[in-house]
Design a protein around this ligand. Sequence first.
Ligand SMILES: [Zn+2]
Length: 143
Amino acid sequence: MVLRNKQATMSQVMEEFLPLYRQSQRLSPEQASACQSIIQCQTDVLGGYVSQCDQCEHQQCYYQSCGNRHCPKCKQKASTEWENKQLESHLAVTYYHLVFTSPNAPTFGTPSIECLGTITPANHLQYLVSGGLENLAQFFKKS
Ligand SMILES: [Zn+2]
């Protein structure tokens, strides 16, 4: 068993318990991919390089990061920076700030090629609002 110390990483927890979890629970392809990325992040599985000190014999191995946005190893810093940036524009009142990601939706400034002919600012806004409301409704149904 890997998890004998209190400093276990997310990848260690997943590596240890994911097989057991998967015996009774089914993961979506996205969830399975994220779990695999987290387990493999910054290991020799993803490759890397060795850095050699030019003053001594010391060598250091550096492994590639997975880049998955759910990975606490490589995306934690970017996530924290984004959160801090959002807090800078936080209003001095009580409110909820909800952020939805919509991987297939075009962004307002750079619509995808498939949507160039169909998206206007007006229906884009309608799409975002209705999609956000639908996400909220699904979220609260699950809660
Ligand atoms: Zn990673």
